[in-house]
Design a binder for this molecule. Structure first.
Ligand SMILES: Nc1nc2c(ncn2[C@@H]2O[C@H](COP(=O)(O)OP(=O)(O)OP(=O)(O)O)[C@@H](O)[C@H]2O)c(=O)[nH]1
Ligand SMILES: [Mg+2]
Length: 420
């Protein structure tokens, strides 16, 4: 059968008469993915004590990061930025998730934070490199994907504009990773201060041309999803609070939150902070899109740049749409060209042979002519000799005049026949 891939011109809509079963395909995909489980790799960046571990534990409602008291005492505080990672297998409703959280202790803690982004960028790129190396292997059946799907960047709740370190970090990393900036410890600012702070942050991000991850809707989204996305978008950058501890509401129900002399702040209360919207985007609605953007946009760009810098070139011919008619036309043109070339070559050879024959004929003609001329001149010479002889013979056979009789020897020529 002839392939017609890419030749979509002739595709028609057909009505089916009954149920055949392919509409069950999404369920098959669902079952297979659930069986395999999922990976999600999240990086947290922010200065020490800003609430990174607390927020991750609050997000996943489990002790991903142990309490400080439980952590082994480190001998010496690390100088500069370190990158550490920890993985945990978590399960919810039978769905397995291998969560990897990459921490960046030391970021923003030095007096000079000029290059604090550097080790983090290197780490993100080295994960891309590792993936690229695996893709280029002959056997690609077991590729482990350690690429960072998103970076949660913790902005200090100062209430002013973004700091140089924040801008520098985001500018250096926004093309390599999905950036999710959040205002940490939002409970330290009032609602009015937060609103103003958010506007300033967005203005700075726009001014510096930094691209952050935002949920986008398209024509295929249902109205509910479009509304949800709009809601999430309106809260960016999310102002969040983290707490693993439970506090009691005035009615006695325990909730995760923070207690203040004037009352409590609840983590999962949209009136109090944007934790719910962050969690919704990150885990409930856009986890796949984060992974997709990482794979298809951010990694793809990195890969292209890397391969080009290594001297690889793209052969765009392979991407041409396949059209059998065009292909046949092209093949015919190529064939005609080949025939014309062969014909020209053959007539060239023929002409050359004719020329050679002509030259040979001419040469032998000249030779013949020369021989003919030579023979002619020999004959001419013989003829004139004979003529001469004849003349002489005639002269000697003439009768003797009276003069010759009186002086028989005077004026007498030697007779050629005198010897006889
Ligand atoms: N007020 C307030 N305090 C918080 C919040 N989140 C965390 N904290 C407190 O801040 C302190 C530091 O929190 P961590 O989560 O350990 O901070 P970290 O960023 O992981 O710190 P390092 O691991 O040292 O980099 C703890 O005492 C937390 O209880 C928050 O949203 N609001
Ligand atoms: Mg921590």
């Amino acid at each position: 059968m002839k392939s017609t891939a890419g030749n979509t011109g002739g595709i028609q809509k057909k009505k089916m008469n009954g149920y055949v079963g392919f509409s069950n395909y999404p369920n098959q995909v669902h079952r297979r993915s659930v069986k395999r489980g999922f990976n999600f790799t999240l990086m947290v960046v922010g200065e020490s004590g800003i609430g990174k571990s607390t927020l991750i534990n609050t997000l996943f409602d489990s002790k991903i990061f142990p309490d400080r008291e439980e952590m082994p005492p480190s001998a010496e505080p690390v100088k500069g930025v370190d990158v550490t990672s920890m993985s945990a297998d978590i399960q919810e409703n039978g769905v397995k998730l291998r969560l990897t959280v990459v921490d960046t202790p030391g970021f923003g803690d030095s007096i000079n934070n000029e290059d604090a982004w550097q080790p983090i960028l290197e780490n993100i790129e080295s994960r891309f490199d590792a993936y690229l190396a695996q893709e280029n292997r002959v056997n690609r059946s077991k590729i482990s994907d350690n690429r960072i799907d998103a970076v949660i960047y913790f902005i200090k709740p100062t209430g002013h504009c973004l700091r140089v370190i924040d801008i520098e970090f985001m500018k250096r990393l926004h093309t390599k990773v999905n950036l999710i900036p959040i205002i940490a410890k939002a409970d330290t600012l009032t609602a009015g201060e937060l609103e103003l702070f958010k506007a300033k942050i967005l203005a700075d991000i726009n001014y510096h041309g930094i691209q952050i991850f935002k949920p986008v809707s398209d024509e295929f989204d249902d109205p509910e999803t479009v509304a949800d996305n709009r809601e999430i978008l309106s809260k960016i950058p999310f102002a969040v609070i983290g707490s693993e501890k439970h506090v009691e509401r005035p009615d006695g129900t325990p909730v995760r939150g923070r207690r203040y002399p004037w009352g409590i702040i609840e983590v999962e209360n949209e009136e109090h902070n944007d934790f719910i919207k962050l969690r919704q985007m990150l885990l409930r609605s856009h986890m796949e899109e984060l992974k997709d953007t990482t794979d298809m946009v951010l990694y793809e760009n990195y890969r292209t740049q890397k391969l080009l810098s290594m001297g690889h070139v793209q052969d765009n011919n392979v991407f041409r749409e396949f059209n059998p008619l065009v292909q046949m036309e092209e093949e015919k043109r190529a064939h005609d060209g080949k025939m014309q070339k062969m014909e020209a070559e053959m007539s060239g050879v023929f002409q050359q042979k004719v020329n050679e024959k002509e030259a040979k004929l001419k040469q032998s003609e000249e030779e013949l002519y020369a021989r003919h001329k030579e023979m002619k001149s020999v004959l001419e010479k013989q003829r004139s000799e004979l003529e001469e002889k004849k003349k002489r013979a005639e002269a000697s056979a003439r009768p003797i005049t009276p003069m010759e009789q009186q002086h028989p020897t005077k004026g007498k020529k030697k007779n050629i026949f005198s010897g006889f």
